[in-house]
Design a protein around this ligand. Structure first.
Ligand code: G3P
Ligand code: CA
Length: 259
């Protein structure tokens, strides 16, 4: 029979051929530049990702900083817990050299700096990393967004996510217009009962790719949530997730998730 595509104008054909999954650069384009630094976020922007994903924690003196691990040991030339170091101490560290000498001196960014630098240019997927270590961090993060009027409905491409579900319930109360995501690597969180609970405060269900099946995608959508999955580190995983009807793919390599 006649193919569906032949009934469409060339413009419509182009748009039908293009997938519309959001491309989320995980800790920035962290396959190519040191994760959670401006170098990685700039790379993601150049590579035309739709979002950068950032991990937010808090310094000893209460400043919000962008770093993944709860210690600085792996990604900087320092040692110790993020929560035991002042902002000044954290920002004196080299968070780039471990990834390559060309990144020497790349600092740990502050949350405020990243909001100011990237809002309106690229979406920002904000992960609260280990928020249980930082009592009150939810209100602090909400405050920074409100101060910038970034908490209005559909105002900016901002999403907040965490593995800590209680923290996300709080964020939904603090920021009712900002989409909330729950992260999980656990199959026990994929039951219909759990999905219904998540849907009372979350807009995104964001599982590890190992949990993604057509049935899960359908169930998440039927509960009124979107689904993003992580973390792409090779082309095979990218191709698998591109074959599923999901809403966003979180990747270290933005180019593996072709549009
Ligand atoms: O955005 C999803 C992903 O970042 C969750 O795991 O450990 O890389 O923060 P992790
Ligand atoms: Ca993360």
């Amino acid at each position: 029979g006649i193919s569906f595509a032949l009934l469409l104008s060339p413009l419509q054909q182009a748009s039908a051929a293009k997938n519309d999954v959001d491309n989320v650069a995980h800790r920035g384009a962290s396959g190519y530049a040191p994760e959670n630094t401006v170098a990685a976020f700039e790379k993601a922007f150049e590579m035309k990702s739709d979002y950068i994903e950032i991990d937010v924690q808090q310094s000893k003196d209460g400043e919000l900083v962008v770093i993944h691990d709860v210690t600085v040991d792996r990604t900087t030339n320092g040692t110790g817990a993020v929560k035991d170091l002042t902002l000044e101490e954290l920002q004196s560290l080299d968070a780039g050299s471990w990834k390559g000498t060309e990144f020497a001196g790349e600092p740990i960014p502050t949350f405020e700096e990243i909001l100011d630098r990237y809002r309106g240019k690229i979406g920002i997927l904000i992960e609260l990393k280990s928020p249980e270590l930082y009592p009150g961090i939810e209100a602090k993060i909400a405050g920074e967004l409100k101060e910038r009027n970034m908490d209005k409905p559909n105002n900016e491409k901002i999403i907040v996510q965490s593995f800590n579900f209680d923290s996300m319930k709080k964020m939904d109360e603090l920021l009712p217009n900002v989409p909330i995501g729950v992260l999980t690597g656990s199959k026990a969180d994929t039951t219909e009962e759990k999905l219904q609970q998540f849907a009372t405060y979350a807009d995104y269900f964001n599982p590890h790719y190992g949990l993604v099946t057509n049935e899960l995608v359908t169930n998440v959508h039927n509960n009124g949530m979107k689904i993003s999955s992580w973390t792409v580190r090779n082309q095979q995983t990218a191709d698998f997730l591109l074959s599923m009807n999901i809403d966003a793919i979180i990747t270290d390599y933005p180019d593996f998730v072709q549009k």
